[in-house]
Design a binder for this molecule. Structure first.
Ligand code: FCB
Length: 443
């Protein structure tokens, strides 16, 4: 039987823009995702987060839902423009009050809050001043972290600074498929640095305002593997590992930016100032790992000299992402044995499938149960091999706004009927409840 340590933390995750709605309620400022989703052609079907799951108004019901599932912990994010509508300066008390009530409600229900400060909804006012490519945004983030932790730091004891800086910098400033929709390597590179700097500067502030708290950062990570054992394909995989994984893992571990990738960008990196790399390397209490899939790559020298990603032929989720649970074991092992973070959490793992509400009123998502079970088993193997994995957050508690895919992709344990806002726990939710009760995915 697969077992987990008795103090293992089972949770579920969400993010503010994906579930809250109430995009302009009670003094909230505009975020870059409000602006992006309101721009025609940016999001599938013209979907927006204006209403989303209406969690801003329905949070007491949602806490009851979590309690029914038996969750130990809940990972959510705080919307910066609810707290500081202009990104800095004037504080919006109603925004703080919302999260304060949420945190109190969670604690009353016996659920430990894990708060992420930044899950992509930058105040538009800061984007208007340059966004993450500007160093001043990192300075504003520290002010925001200070305000939030002064108000919630007595009760929130698990903090994550950023969610997935690679996605923020690359999808937002290089590929243009996420807000703010720019496509410029000379924005992406300083954005990645200022994100890491924001993290590094915020950690001591969080520790000061939230005594005894555990503080970390969340990275999206996955093994990047070669399509064949050839040296050229291995180099291609190493390159992708560098731009996605090592570009973030190395600096936060005090190793600086990976030299091979610095060279490949052919840029000066003149935005790095004295002291920055030390600030970024501030010790953390845990690394949050978002794992969904691996990447397969091959050399492409014959064509245009850039390595390329190969489409997998394996089992697939509705996102087209390969289902590869063994990679979670490999990843956790590598993170522990190569980087030695004091603790690890899986802060996101889950899958989208074309869920249907059946005539019997249920959602029979056997494929999601199978996905989660195999990933939980992989995590258990990693723990048995010595990896200090402390907890696991399924993405997501409920169906929600899946960024540029809008509402077309459902990742939830709980089905959301967007017409009525009814929440219907899927079969996977009921199964997860048993996993938590019995502490084994064999349930
Ligand atoms: C991650 C995001 C999360 C969700 C999942 C599917 O990259 O952090 O908000 O969209 O992907």
């Amino acid at each position: 039987m697969t077992t987990f340590p008795s103090d293992f933390i089972w949770g579920a995750a969400t993010a503010s823009y994906q579930i809250e709605g109430a995009w302009n309620a009670d003094g909230k400022g505009e975020s870059i995702w409000d602006r992006f989703s309101h721009t025609p052609g940016k999001v599938w079907g013209g979907d927006t987060g204006d209403v989303a799951c209406d969690h801003y108004h329905r949070w007491p019901d949602d806490i009851r839902l979590m309690a029914d599932l038996g969750l130990h912990a809940y990972r959510f994010s705080i919307a910066w423009p609810r707290i500081l509508p202009d990104g800095r300066g004037q504080i919006n008390q109603a925004g703080l009050d919302f999260y304060s009530r949420l945190v109190d409600g969670l604690l009353e229900a016996g659920i430990t809050p894990f708060a992420t400060l930044y899950h992509w909804d930058l105040p538009q006012a800061l984007q208007d001043e340059g966004g993450w490519p500007a160093r001043t945004t990192a300075e504003a983030f520290v002010e925001y972290a200070d305000v939030v932790s002064q108000h919630l730091g007595d009760r929130v004891k698990n903090w994550m600074t950023l969610n997935e800086p690679w996605v923020i910098a690359s999808l937002g400033y290089l590929m243009g498929v996420h807000a703010p929709g720019h496509q410029d390597l000379d924005e992406m590179l300083p954005a990645s640095h200022h994100l890491l700097l924001a993290h590094g500067w915020a950690v001591p502030v969080l520790r000061r305002n939230s005594p005894d708290a555990e503080v970390g950062i969340v990275l999206n990570l996955g093994p990047q593997v070669p399509a064949s054992p050839s040296a050229a394909d291995r180099a291609a995989a190493r390159y992708f590992d560098g731009v996605t994984n090592r570009w973030y893992l190395d600096p936060i571990s005090g190793r600086g930016y990976p030299a091979d990738i610095v060279q490949s960008y052919q840029r000066e990196l003149d935005y790095i100032q004295p002291g920055d790399m030390d600030a970024i390397a501030v010790p953390i209490d845990f690394l949050g790992v978002n794992y969904y899939t691996r990447g397969i790559h091959r050399d492409n020298a014959a064509k245009d000299n850039l390595p390329e990603t190969v489409h997998h032929t394996g089992e697939s989720t509705e996102m087209g992402w390969e289902v590869h649970p063994e990679s979670l074991y490999d990843l956790l092992g590598r993170l522990h044995f190569e980087y030695r973070f004091p603790a690890l959490y899986v802060t996101e793992n889950g899958a989208a499938y074309p869920d249907l509400l059946s005539d019997d009123g249920h959602v029979h998502d056997a494929d999601r149960i199978s996905y989660l079970r195999r990933h939980f088993q992989s995590a258990a193997r990693a723990i048995a091999a010595g990896v200090p994995l402390k907890g696991y957050f399924v993405w997501s508690l409920m169906d929600n706004f899946e960024w540029s895919f809008g509402y077309s992709k459902r990742f939830g344990l709980v089905y959301v009927d967007y017409e009525t806002q009814q929440r219907i726990p899927k079969d996977s939710a009921l199964w997860y409840k048993r996993v938590i009760e019995t502490n084994t995915p064999d349930a």
